[in-house]
Design a protein around this ligand. Structure first.
Ligand code: PLP
Length: 463
């Protein structure tokens, strides 16, 4: 054992060689020293436990190669690219909406150059970072103004904190939802220090339920778009229109959390209809909040639109400063919204809408390419098929709505083979993420951003 320990080089000895000096040139002294110490530590443990010397100290070249590998890997970002073949287009765990080309460019400019973020170039004076977007939202929806925060959860928190602290908010029992990841309407109400007044029942709420709950301590009437589940059968809810009429009668605002929130009618693309911001405004809703990275197809953000007077109150609440967006997000969001000014080009330029509207024939073509590539790489342990599939919008939008899609399915001679293949897919340089259903791997093409890149990645399977 002592002999083995003596075979290990000292840190100094490694550094003083020509290759050692080259490593220092590339990675810097600190990282190389730390890496040498780490490898030596591993080696001592291996000698102690199994009386062998690890392969990376079996020769000097091996040691240098190991250090190089280690220090290169150290710079590998873990939030890495994956191929989304889950069939869920706005997949929360895979980062939701992909940014459009225009949004990416705006973001790169904002992060690498000085930008007129809070500076009005016309008058040469300080302005407000939400102004550009507020004007665009006005143009697109007719809303008087907008306030932008970190995400829609933040938007709801800011609204409640600004208007309802120490007061009551009336909401239907059928809308007390959990979004997932600990965002529950009752909890967020408690966090904002307001009292939740639940009215109606899980399946039925009537206008008189709201009316009976109104008192002098009522801050506003709230509606939450229950985007991630559906109540079917004997149901009844109060429309925004009826609610805003009631609100006017008592001079109380009506506020909706629209969740995904669409700025355009999705049924024109044969997609399931989501209530639009414009419809909510037309129904007289005073404030509406929605996400930037769901159906809108932009960066993570919470967008609050509506009455100027109310927006101004949100803007001056101290929490707004806590929840505000940075320049990169605002630039990306502005570029995303500008695409909506040219509606005929939207499905081409807005990546998420492009994915959702790809024709089946196009997906079938991609499936054929994918199947052919896999057939040459997987040998005959597996059987491959092209099948119709049901994709989803994702992010809680329309969970019941199935979007027609095409998948390549893989079944194995046994389950062990399929599990091993899934693991191989995940270990590729750009991991491939599918879904498992009925003992098959489903590679759904609806959610895939780039077929060429996928085919290139898959070639690694032959190695
Ligand atoms: C998604 C969603 C939220 C949370 O939005 P984030 O942007 O993810 O914070 C809140 N309310 C509803 C109704 C939602 O669908």
């Amino acid at each position: 054992m002592t002999a083995l320990f003596q075979q290990l080089p000292s840190v100094d000895k490694i550094l003083k060689t020509e290759q050692g000096e080259q490593l220092i040139q590339t990675f810097g002294h600190t990282a190389v020293v730390n890496c040498c110490r780490h490898l030596l530590c591993l080696a001592r443990e291996e000698i102690k436990s199994s009386q062998t010397i690890p392969h990376f100290f079996s020769s000097f070249d091996n040691t240098i190669t190991e250090i190089q590998k280690h220090l290169t890997n150290q710079q590998q970002v873990q939030i890495q690219s994956v191929h989304n073949l889950t069939g869920t287009v706005l997949h929360t765990n895979l980062g939701r909406a992909l940014w459009s080309e225009a949004a990416q460019q705006a973001a790169v400019t904002a992060m690498s150059q000085n930008v007129a973020l809070e500076y009005d170039l016309d008058v040469g004076k300080r302005s407000h970072r939400d102004n550009y977007i507020s004007e665009l939202i006005h143009q697109l929806t007719g809303a008087e103004a907008a306030c932008i925060v970190n995400n829609n959860a933040a938007a709801v928190l800011l609204i409640l904190s600004t208007f309802a602290q120490g007061k009551e908010v009336i909401i239907s029992r059928g809308e007390l939802i959990e979004i997932g990841g600990a965002f529950r309407i009752p909890d967020i109400m408690a966090q904002a220090g307001c009292k939740l007044v639940e009215v109606g029942t899980t399946n039925r709420t009537h206008l008189k339920d709201y009316r009976n709950a109104i008192n002098e301590n009522t801050a506003f009437l709230m509606k939450v778009h229950t985007s991630n589940y559906q109540i079917c059968g004997f149901t009844s809810e109060v429309s925004e229109q009826e609610l805003t009429e009631l609100g006017k009668e008592f001079n109380i605002p009506v506020i909706t959390d629209l969740g995904s929130g669409a700025l355009t009618d999705l049924s024109q693309y044969n997609l399931p209809k989501e209530p639009t911001v414009q419809e909510n405004l037309a129904q007289g809703v005073d404030l509406i909040s929605f996400s930037g990275d769901k159906l809108l197809g932009g960066p993570q953000a919470g967008i609050i639109v509506g009455k100027k007077e109310l927006i101004q109150q949100l803007q001056s609440h101290p929490l707004k400063r806590v929840l505000r967006c940075d320049k990169v997000i605002l630039a990306g969001l502005e570029a995303t919204l500008r695409l909506y000014l040219q509606p005929e080009k939207l499905a081409e330029k807005l990546t998420s809408l492009h994915l959702l509207t790809q024709p089946i024939e196009q997906l079938t073509q991609q499936a054929e390419q994918l199947k052919a590539t896999l057939e040459t790489l997987l040998k005959d342990d597996f059987s491959l098929q092209i099948e119709s599939s049901s994709a989803q919008i994702g992010s809680g939008s329309q969970p019941m709505a199935k979007i027609p899609s095409i998948a390549v399915t893989i079944s194995g001679k046994n389950n062990g083979k399929l599990t091993a293949l899934l693991a191989r897919f995940k270990s590729l340089s750009t991991p491939v993420i599918g879904r498992v259903e009925n003992n098959k791997i489903w590679l759904d093409l609806r959610s895939l951003a780039n077929i060429e890149k996928l085919l290139t990645t898959l070639k690694e399977l032959s190695a």
